[in-house]
Design a protein around this ligand. Structure first.
Ligand SMILES: [Zn+2]
Length: 476
C-alpha cells in the first residue's frame, strides 16, 4: 500500500530541568473517555481566529472516503455555537473574541457488512465493545493549513481491554504533549486479544503488536525472529545502525478477507491481514513486512520509493538466507508477467496517481514498473562496471540521505557516473515517465541469467549459472 508522506516534525524547545507539560503552549487539549463501545472526546481549544473558526476532520485522500465525517457526531459546547458541514468535513465554531472553547463529541463507527472494501476497513475507525481502532486524523479535529501547533492527549477512561497507543507505547495513562504531527498519523488500537511485545535491538526498544485470534502463540515468536533477521540484514547491507524505535503491528481485519495490506507510519508499520489462515506470517505477508521495514532506507518518488524498495526487499530476503535465489527470480518474474498482462501498462506515470483509488492495477503498476526498470538497469550497470555487487554499490553510492527522499534529478546525476547519461535519461523518460513497454532482451542482464519471452509474451528471467547469479547477493 502507498506509504504516506509524513509532516515534518516540529522540534520542541524545552528548557533544562523543566517538566514539558508546563513549557508547551497547547492549542488543542484532548481528553479521551471510553464509553462502553465508543470514544467520547473532550476538547479544550484555544482559537487563533477572532469570533469564529472552522475546524476540519479527516482527509479525503486518505482512503478516498467522501463520507468519513459520519465517524464523528453529537458535537456540543456551552461556549460557542456549532454548525457542522458533513460534505466539507467541517465544524464551524462561533464565539466572541478569542475565548478558550470547550467542545465535546463522539467518535464512533461500526463497519458496514455490505460492500466493505480493503481501503475502507484500513482507513476507517472501528469501535465496538471489544475493540477500538482509530488513527489520529480520524479522531482529532484540526485547523486547516496549520500544523505547527501543539496538542495534548490524556485519557479519562481507557477501555477495559488492552490498548496500544503509538505515542504511549508502554501502555501508560500519562498525558502526552507534542506537535500535532505526533498524533495525526498515529493510531490507537485496542482489542481483547491484543498482545504487546517489546524487545531490544541495538539498545532501542522495539514493539510488536498482534491480536492472533484463534492462532496459537508460536506465530508471535516467528514474527519476532523474522523481524529481527530482516532488520539486522538491512542494517548490515547499509552499514547503518537504526537508533530509533520501530513498531510492527500485525492486526487482523475484522470483516474483509484481504490477504495483506497496510500503512507505513513513519517508524512503524500497521499491517492488516485476513486472519483465516493457519499462520500470520505467510510468505506474501512476510514480504510485505520486509518491504515496510525497507522504507527505513528507501522512499521518495514512487517509481523508486516503491519499485526500488521491492527490489531491495527481495534482495535482502535472499542475501539474509531467508529466501533463495529462485524466490528472488520468481518475485521479479511475477512482476514482469503482471506488468505485461496489465491493460494499463502504457498509461503514463502522471495518470497513475490521479487514478490511485480505483485500486487494482492502478495501485500496483508503479511498483511493477519501478522494480522492473530497476532490475533492467542493474544488468546495464553490471555490464558497464563489471561489478557483480552492483545493487549494493548503486544503493550505497546513492546514499541513505538521498534514498530516503529520492528524486529523478539526483538519481540521474548519480547513476550517470556508471553509464552514459544520455542513454540513462532517454530510458528514464521512455520507461518511467511515458510508460513505454520495456525491451528486456536487447540490453545486458545480470550475469548468471538470461531474459527470454515466455509463451504469453512476458519477459522472464532464467538462471543459467546458479553460482554466478548467487554472487550478486551480498550484505557486507
Ligand atoms: Zn511501500
Amino acid at each position: 500500500m502507498k506509504k504516506l508522506a509524513l509532516l515534518l516534525i516540529v522540534p520542541l524547545m524545552f528548557t533544562c530541568c523543566t517538566p514539558k507539560e508546563e513549557q508547551v503552549d497547547v492549542k488543542m487539549d484532548y481528553t479521551l473517555d471510553w464509553r462502553t463501545d465508543h470514544l467520547h472526546v473532550f476538547l479544550t481549544y484555544t482559537p487563533t481566529e477572532v469570533d469564529s473558526v472552522t475546524l476540519h476532520y479527516g482527509d479525503i485522500s486518505y482512503g478516498g472516503q467522501a463520507d468519513i465525517f459520519s465517524c464523528v457526531k453529537n458535537f456540543e459546547s456551552e461556549d460557542c455555537r456549532i454548525v457542522t458541514d458533513s460534505a466539507a468535513r467541517e465544524v464551524k465554531l462561533y464565539y466572541e473574541g478569542t475565548p478558550v472553547v470547550k467542545l465535546e463529541y463522539d467518535m464512533e463507527y461500526d463497519l458496514e457488512d455490505e460492500n466493505l472494501n480493503c481501503p475502507r476497513e484500513l482507513f476507517r475507525p472501528n469501535t465496538d465493545k471489544d475493540f477500538l481502532y482509530v488513527q489520529g486524523l480520524n479522531l482529532y479535529l484540526h485547523e486547516k493549513g496549520r500544523n505547527r501547533y501543539n496538542m495534548r492527549v490524556s485519557w479519562l477512561t481507557k477501555p477495559d481491554f488492552p490498548t496500544f497507543c503509538m505515542y504511549n507505547e508502554d501502555g501508560s495513562m500519562e498525558p502526552h504533549t507534542g506537535p500535532q504531527s505526533d498524533f495525526y498519523y498515529k493510531f490507537i488500537l485496542g482489542d481483547r486479544e491484543l498482545l504487546v511485545d517489546s524487545f531490544e535491538l541495538n539498545g532501542t526498544t522495539n514493539y510488536m503488536v498482534t491480536a492472533p485470534r484463534q492462532l496459537v502463540d508460536f506465530n508471535r515468536e516467528d514474527i519476532r525472529r523474522f523481524f529481527t533477521d530482516v532488520y539486522t540484514g538491512y542494517e548490515k547491507f547499509w552499514n547503518d545502525t537504526i537508533d530509533y524505535s520501530f513498531t510492527l503491528v500485525m492486526y487482523p481485519f475484522e470483516k474483509i478477507r484481504h490477504d495483506v495490506t497496510g500503512l507505513g507510519l513513519g517508524h512503524a508499520f500497521l499491517c492488516r491481514y485476513n486472519h483465516y489462515a493457519d499462520t500470520i506470517l505467510t510468505k506474501n505477508r512476510a514480504t510485505t513486512v520486509a518491504h515496510e521495514i525497507g522504507h527505513n532506507w528507501i522512499s521518495g518518488e514512487q517509481w523508486f520509493g516503491e519499485g526500488f524498495n521491492d527490489l531491495q526487499t527481495w534482495y535482502i530476503l535472499t542475501a539474509t538466507g531467508l529466501r533463495t535465489i529462485d524466490d528472488y527470480v520468481a518475485e521479479v518474474n511475477d512482476y514482469m508477467a503482471k506488468l505485461h498482462k496489465s491493460k494499463i501498462r502504457n498509461l503514463p506515470n502522471d495518470q497513475i496517481s490521479d487514478n490511485f483509488w480505483k485500486l487494482g492495477d492502478y495501485s500496483w503498476i508503479i511498483y511493477w514498473r519501478g522494480a522492473i526498470y530497476g532490475y533492467r538497469l542493474l544488468g546495464q550497470l553490471e555490464a558497464a562496471t563489471g561489478d557483480p555487487h552492483i545493487f549494493k554499490t548503486l544503493m550505497t553510492t546513492l546514499g541513505k540521505e538521498h534514498t530516503l527522499g529520492m528524486n529523478r534529478e539526483y538519481f540521474i546525476e548519480t547513476v550517470s557516473q556508471f553509464m552514459d547519461r544520455d542513454v540513462l535519461e532517454t530510458q528514464f523518460e521512455k520507461y518511467i515517465i511515458n510508460a513505454e513497454t520495456m525491451d528486456l532482451t536487447k540490453t545486458p542482464t545480470l550475469s548468471g541469467s538470461v531474459i527470454k519471452y515466455d509463451k504469453n509474451g512476458a519477459p522472464q528471467i532464467y538462471i543459467t549459472d546458479r553460482e554466478v547469479f548467487a554472487r550478486h547477493f551480498v550484505l557486507e
